[in-house]
Design a binder for this molecule. Structure first.
Ligand SMILES: Cc1cc2nc3c(=O)[nH]c(=O)nc-3n(C[C@H](O)[C@H](O)[C@H](O)COP(=O)(O)O)c2cc1C
Ligand code: SF4
Ligand code: SF4
Ligand code: SF4
Ligand code: FES
Length: 626
């Protein structure tokens, strides 16, 4: 149990020495994606193969092993999940992908015993066709700058000593012993850090408010709800570097005078819950959480609260209600939580990524942080890159780089050489941007000007065959389902908007419906109580603004230009391609296909149910939609 700063420095020295003694570090990704693809089996296989070779091996940093041990560690997500399971080997940062249990013997025999690379498991550059050995040489990583994700994929999330060896808990000790709470707030103000949970409110300003509010008891809440569909940035930080999140909370606690914190994490993130719980227990056991930490006079306790997984519970007043055991519903603000929050005490709610930036800001200074990004949006931002882009995954980029760089340089462009059409950015609160926005600087203010939002960092890339009305309908369906129902504009308005969008995609809408849709969108935006309703119309408004012709085509011509909306498509048989095999007629549930053997068949459009079965079955690609 550490009782003083000297004790901490001793532990730091010991863990650094243990790290320095490692001859080789083998990191097997144990993020959710890689675990789902069998990375824990890969880990077990490594362990038995390395032992079989009688190599000195350790699975915890401080394990007592002969000189120069081989460290075998699980790690958090590296971001390039589609290539998983991933194995990274230090020194050198060698990067093996799609590693299966059966590949382990070869890696051990060649790389670990003989320092030779296993070529077939290295990344092949898509343009040059050459293999690259290290992670840093892969285009996906080259334009990234890692601050919040600094240690993700590099340290063992289940080992406090590994975090300490990599500089962990240095920031909070610096704050406790060399800074005043006011100085900490000042440093964060200087950094210009804006909340990464979606709103982009300056973190330092929010803290200033809570710090100056009187209260015997104050709280820090870490918002790990992450309800946006497809987002997994916060999950990856909580799973891959849980101590960093705790350290960020402690820094925030010290700054505002709070002695207790909650991590609100959805129960659908069992790995994050497990790793956070373990980190809290380990930090408490070591004396880095609890009463009078390192004899500094500062006490801090952390609780983990598992949320049931409702999008609206990410909204701060709903989140507080949920922790208090009430139904997670927003309430009007003011009073703001910084004034009257959890159990009516001053409370600061910060997003996971916001908190994960803090240790670096305290250690390296606000000015250092401001060196990345743009004047109005300093620092870096993580994004979950998804959709039709060649490389999907988790990325962290300096604010201000362009969408083009993300989509084409990091993401490798569109899959199957599809033509770029749009990006949906910011999840349900965000909007859709077009080819004309590809050179837009990615920061809070530029995106807002374009009608979109950085939000929490969802970024879905869409190709030519995406229907933008369908996209708007998808997000509207999501928010309509997630609306808590407390206020009428959101509860009824999103429902009506969804009905209109559905009617458009089914060819049942008239042009007057477009006007009504826009009118409703503005009313929902204006009249809703919380951010869910206020931002819910964004995907609709941006698609209406940038892709109006697609809406018109659905309404006027009863056509879906992208060929997606089933109700507006008819199935046909290409008379030149059809061989008359009859398979389609056999599987058609509506008996809509007729034709003689070995002669071209035809579909009776009036009878067709548009089920698509015939198209799936035809081996000659003769069936098409139009
Ligand atoms: C409907 C809704 C859902 C939200 N979901 C999240 C979330 O999952 N995670 C998060 O950090 N913030 C979420 N927010 C924003 C939070 O309410 C809050 O602004 C944020 O956690 C503050 O932290 P920050 O200043 O560090 O960004 C959501 C807001 C709304 C309106
Ligand atoms: S805007 Fe929607 S989610 Fe927010 S309080 Fe109103 S009904 Fe609930
Ligand atoms: S399955 Fe294809 S080739 Fe065979 S009859 Fe139908 S359309 Fe023609
Ligand atoms: S889409 Fe379905 S219902 Fe229509 S012709 Fe093909 S199999 Fe028959
Ligand atoms: S989970 Fe392994 S790279 Fe993301």
């Amino acid at each position: 149990m550490l009782k003083s700063m000297d004790d901490f420095l001793n532990l730091y020295k010991q863990s650094q020495e243990a790290l320095g003694r490692e001859k080789m570090r083998i990191l097997i990704c144990a993020g959710t994606g890689c675990v789902a693809n069998g990375s824990l089996d890969v880990y077990d296989e490594f362990l038995s193969r390395v032992k079989e070779q009688n190599l000195p091996v350790k699975v915890h940093l401080m394990e007592e092993v002969d000189d120069e041990p081989h460290a075998l560690n699980i790690s958090g997500c590296h971001g390039f999940c589609e290539m998983g399971p991933l194995v990274r080997i230090e020194p050198g940062g060698v990067f093996y992908h799609h590693v299966k249990k059966d590949d382990v013997k070869e890696i051990v025999d060649k790389h670990i015993l003989n320092n030779q690379l296993v070529e077939r498991l290295l990344y092949t550059h898509p343009v040059t066709g050459q293999t690259v050995a290290t992670q840093d040489e892969i285009p996906f990583y080259q334009k990234q700058t890692r601050v919040a994700l600094e240690h993700c994929g590099r340290i063992n999330p289940d080992d406090l000593n590994d975090y300490i060896a990599h500089g962990g808990y240095q920031a909070i000790t610096r704050a406790l012993f060399n800074m005043t709470p006011e100085k900490v707030v000042e440093e964060v103000l200087d950094s210009g850090l804006r909340g990464r949970g979606g709103g982009g409110f300056p973190t330092g300003k929010k803290w200033q408010f809570a710090a100056s509010t009187q209260g015997a008891k104050k709280y820090i809440i870490c918002n790990g709800d992450e309800g946006d569909p497809g987002a997994f940035m916060d999950r990856s930080v909580m799973e891959g570097d849980p101590h960093r999140v705790l350290e960020g909370m402690m820094i925030a606690g010290f700054a505002i005078g709070a002695d207790e914190g909650y991590v609100y994490v959805r129960a659908e993130y069992p790995l994050a819950v497990k790793r956070l719980k373990r980190a809290v227990a380990e930090a408490a056991r070591t004396g880095l959480l609890g009463d009078n930490i390192l004899n500094s006079g500062f006490s801090f306790k952390v609780n983990i609260k598992e949320g049931a997984g409702a999008f609206v519970c990410g909204e701060e007043t709903a989140l507080i209600a949920s922790i208090e055991g009430e139904r997670g519903m927003p309430r009007p603000r003011p009073p703001f939580p910084a004034n009257k929050g959890l159990w009516n005490c001053p409370t600061i709610i910060n997003n996971v990524e916001t908190l994960a930036n803090l240790p670096s800001i305290i250690l390296k200074g606000g000015k250092w942080f401001k060196g990345f990004g743009t004047e109005g949006s300093p620092g870096t931002k993580t994004f979950a890159l998804a959709g039709q882009v060649a490389h999907t995954g988790l990325v962290e980029i300096p604010m201000g780089i362009s969408l083009r760089e993300i989509v084409f340089d990091i993401g490798g462009g569109l899959r199957e050489n599809k033509k770029f059409k749009a990006v949906q950015i910011g999840g349900p609160s965000g909007g859709c941007l077009t080819e004309n926005h590809l050179d837009l600087s990615l920061d809070y203010d530029e995106l807002r000007k374009a009608g979109a939002m950085i939000g929490s960092g969802g970024l879905v890339v869409m190709g030519e065959d995406t229907c933008m009305v369908e996209v708007a309908k998808f997000f509207m369906g999501f928010v309509q389902n997630e609306s808590c129902g407390k206020c009428v504009p959101c509860r009824e308005g999103t429902k009506r908007m969804l009905e209109i969008l559905t009617a458009i995609t089914e060819g049942r809408a008239g042009e007057e419906d477009l006007l009504l849709l826009e009118e409703l969108a503005l009313a929902v935006q204006d009249g809703s109580l919380c951010g869910l309703g206020k931002t819910a119309p964004n995907p609709v408004l941006t698609t209406l603004k940038y892709f109006k012709d697609e809406y018109i085509a659905h309404i006027r011509d009863k056509k879906c230009p992208a060929g997606v909306c089933k109700a507006l498509l008819d199935y046909h048989i290409d008379q030149d391609k059809c061989k008359g095999c009859g398979l389609c007629a056999k599987v058609c549930p509506a008996e809509a296909i007729t034709g003689n053997k070995k002669e071209p068949h035809v579909i009776d459009v009036a009878k067709c149910l548009k089920c698509g079965t015939c198209m799936e079955k035809c081996k000659f690609d003769a069936i098409y939609t139009a």
